[in-house]
Design a protein around this ligand. Structure first.
Ligand code: KG4
Ligand code: ZN
Length: 326
């Protein structure tokens, strides 16, 4: 089975092809135009998707050495995300599916992030615990099977990726903030500033990062000459330490021996090393770096799984900017 995936939930325009669980091609174009605004401008992002999508799909098919007529279905991100950018992708996908008389599958972007781990380890089996850490979400899930998910904990305020992005802004770094803080923190001492970790009692699986961001702001106001690399390393450590500690508790509570890390923050190398150090006895899976941040390979892969299981969407399905996982 051959499925085209399309992803436009935020500022990455992406297209990919999955055939029998293997990714034949995956193209991502990150819209750099937003950097000068310090964050994504939804209206501009939607227009960029509209401009880029056709070329992305043509290129992706060409790289896979396929024509549109070889496709068995089209999968597209239905939500969550920015409404305008989702509409750009979904309208394009619906038009293409109608024209080619193909089934269409509206895919949950969060679920696709989780399933990107099957691309890293095709032998992954259910159940497993998932730490989902992106720009908009920080959640721990118990994943029992396709479509069977139990929420174990989530953030009360900012997502981990958002904490990186807001922290980077306070430190005068660029957007997205995660890679910037990681780069700067590499030469810093992670123990130089004791930033707070919230809700750390009684194996609580909820997160909170808004106090951490405020602590960083106050620290920089009172220590304007502080070494930014030390501060970046300590700030990153505070986020990763909270995530890892709670993931470890969740593994104990669920009794799972395997966990996967999903979403853009999973690209963080310090986190990859730290999780393995804290949980040496567990099986820990991270997606390939190119499949951590937003991409269409994960959409095509999950879309193909649903198509194989007989689940498709009606052609009038709506975009769901606040789409939930369970
Ligand atoms: O999954 P993603 O690409 O988009 C959403 O679905 O939100 O995640 C984007 C988030 C951003 O907040 C970005 O700063 C963060 O992932 N991120 C990182 C790293 N690379 C991306 N955070 C920490 N370290 C990184 N290397
Ligand atoms: Zn994402």
């Amino acid at each position: 089975m051959i499925v085209l995936g399309i992803e436009t939930s935020c500022d990455e325009t992406a297209a990919a092809i999955s055939q029998d669980g293997r990714i034949l091609s995956s193209q991502v174009s990150t819209q750099t135009i937003h950097r000068k605004f310090g964050g994504v401008v939804p209206e501009i992002a939607s227009r960029e998707h509209e401009k880029l999508l056709n070329e992305m799909v043509v290129d992706t098919l060409q790289i896979a050495n396929l024509s549109k007529l070889d496709l068995d279905g089209i999968a597209v991100t239905q939500g969550p995300g920015l409404s305008g950018t989702l509409i750009a992708g979904v309208c394009f996908a619906k038009g293409l599916a109608q024209g080619l008389q193909l089934p269409i599958i509206g895919v949950n972007h969060l679920e696709a992030h989780i399933f990107a781990n099957f691309l890293a380890d095709p032998a992954l089996t259910f159940p497993f615990t998932c730490l989902l850490v992106s720009g908009g979400h920080t959640q721990i899930w118990l994943v029992n099977g396709l479509g069977d998910y139990e929420l174990m904990g989530e953030t009360r305020d900012d997502a981990a990726g958002e904490a990186f992005d807001k922290g980077a802004r306070i430190l005068g770094l660029g957007y997205p903030g995660g890679p910037e803080i990681e780069k700067l923190g590499k030469s810093g001492n992670k123990d130089s500033v004791q930033f707070p970790r919230a809700l750390m009692q009684n194996q609580n699986l909820e997160f909170s990062f808004s106090g951490l961001k405020t602590a960083l702001l106050y620290h920089m106001e009172s220590n304007p000459n502080a070494s930014k690399s030390d501060v970046a390393a300590s700030y990153q450590f505070a986020i990763i330490d909270a995530l890892t500690t709670k993931l470890n508790w969740a593994m104990k509570q669920s009794g799972c021996n395997t966990c996967v890390i999903a979403g853009g923050v999973a690209a963080n190398q310090f986190m990859r090393d730290y999780v393995k150090k804290i949980m040496p006895q567990k099986k820990i899976i991270f997606p390939a770096l190119s499949y951590c941040t937003d991409n269409a390979a994960m959409i095509a892969y999950l879309g193909e799984l649903y198509l194989k299981s007989g689940k498709t969407s009606s052609v009038d399905f709506p975009v769901l900017p606040n789409m939930k996982l369970a």
